[in-house]
Every structure is written in C-alpha cells, then in structure tokens.
Design a protein around this ligand. Sequence first.
Ligand SMILES: NC(=O)c1ccc[n+]([C@@H]2O[C@H](COP(=O)([O-])OP(=O)(O)OC[C@H]3O[C@@H](n4cnc5c(N)ncnc54)[C@H](OP(=O)(O)O)[C@@H]3O)[C@@H](O)[C@H]2O)c1
Length: 260
Amino acid sequence: MASCLVGGLIAKDYPRALIRTSDPGEATRKKMRERHQILAINDNHALVEGADIVVLAVKPQILESVAKGIAPSLKTNCAVISIAAGVPVRALQRWLGEQTAIIRAMPNTPSLVLAGATGLFANPQVTTNQRKSVDQLFKAVGVVSWLSSETQIDAVTAVSGSAPAYFFLIFEIMQRIAQELGLSEDAAYDLVLQTARGATKMAATAEVDCAELRRQVTSAGGTTERALQIFDNGGLEDLFRCAMNGAVDRAQEMADDFAK
Ligand SMILES: NC(=O)c1ccc[n+]([C@@H]2O[C@H](COP(=O)([O-])OP(=O)(O)OC[C@H]3O[C@@H](n4cnc5c(N)ncnc54)[C@H](OP(=O)(O)O)[C@@H]3O)[C@@H](O)[C@H]2O)c1
C-alpha cells in the first residue's frame, strides 16, 4: 500500500526528495529505491525525526510496536496518518501520545494508478493546515472523502478499501466464463476490461443514475433481462450485503482487539 501511495505521488510530480520510507526488509527497500528512486532506510527513528507528516503503513498487528517505537522521535506538530484497517484513534493516541494529531485513512490500491478512493478521519488535535496537507497528499492519488465519525471508516473499508478485490474477482469470473463460452483468453480479457471501463465512464458522466442506465440496456424479453433475472433469483444483492457487512464486522473485531 505504501508503494501504491508513493507511486501515485511521484506520478503527480510530488518531489521525490520529500518522500522517505523505512522498512526492515532489504528486498522491499531495494524495490522502493528501484521502482520509485526514493530514499529507503531501515531506521524508523531517523525517518520520522523532523517530519511534518508520517504515514504508518504497516500491518495492524505490528502497528503498536512501530507507533510506540517512533513516539519519542516525533516532533510536536507532526501529523501521523495511519492506514491500518481496524486500529482506532484511541489506541493510536495511547501509543503515540494523547496530544498527537492523528488521521485515520482508508485508501485503496488503485492509488497506484491515480484512481484511488480514500476515506479520512481526523482527531481534534489535527489543525486546519495539517488537514489541508493530508487532503492534498491523498488527492494526489485519487478522490478523498472526509468522515464526520470514526465508525464510518469501517464502512469505507468495506465500500472502497477492500473493494478493488471484489471487482478483480468479478473480472476473473467473467473472463473464465467468457472462455468457457468459446472466446480466446485475449478476447475475454479485452472485452471484460473494456466493458468495465465503459460502464464506469458512463456511470460517471451520465445525467441519469445507474438504475436508469441498467434499464436502458435491458430490453423487454431480451438477453440482458434474462441474465439480470438469474442474478436476482440467485440473491446477488443479499450476497453482496453479507460480504460487505462481513468486511465491516472484521474491521470492528480488529478494533475491539486493539481497544483491550
Ligand atoms: N492492501 C490494501 O488494499 C490496503 C487498503 C487500505 C489499507 N491497508 C492497510 O495498509 C497497511 C499495510 O498493508 P499492506 O497490504 O501494504 O501490507 P504489507 O504489504 O505487508 O506492507 C507492510 C510493510 O511494512 C513493513 N514493515 C514490517 N515491520 C516494519 C517495521 N517495524 N517498521 C517499518 N516497516 C515495517 C513490511 O516489511 P517486510 O515485508 O519487509 O516485513 C512491509 O513492507 C495495513 O495496515 C492494511 O490494513 C491496506
């Protein structure tokens, strides 16, 4: 995820010299240097010293040790952004210091191609200027939505954080079935992806909503109608509801673990 954010920032001409990373793995550091031509070191303390913004992009399970480790080296007006799923602000404040300006962010991997979607929640310690900087940072890699309550982050996790995987799964399924129906691998790939692009573009630019766009493709008694009926009879909406609520439940379970 860190590499996605860095890649997006660089593609938007954010100065490389202002982006630094720290990672314990030599292979990851090498990848960061080669892919992005930025500084990659193995020293979290040195990394955060003097920084105005620190992004914590480690797995939730090791966030506590990383946060406690850097706390003494943070300058007083540093804003710390955590992108870890399920780790609440109150846990981060406990580890980093009660007065620390903290932003919880839930980005997604399309940030790498400047098409990310990020939900952001700030604690009251975050200043207007820090908000502006964080806003700019994530807007460099996509769209940003500021949240009024922290619990909304769990919804964002289900709606956009985890969701690139839902679409990739749908693409995989459609490509597989396209081949079962006799198309070549290349044709299956091209047709599915281009249709997804086209549908997204139409949804984003049309003056009508998605339901109306769907109705416009669906002639009475036609092929689309048959396919949509089968999705409906198979309980597609309920299946999505269960899956997205499952993602929210998992985020809440993780938050409960960190509240202890
Ligand atoms: N993937 C997503 O789509 C997504 C979306 C939104 C939010 N997130 C959140 O983003 C965070 C990172 O996820 P990810 O998928 O990018 O995980 P990841 O690929 O495992 O990246 C985490 C990185 O942190 C490094 N690391 C481990 N210990 C460290 C330490 N003590 N100090 C500094 N760096 C350390 C790891 O290095 P080594 O591998 O060398 O140990 C690894 O390069 C998670 O908290 C996740 O909840 C992910």
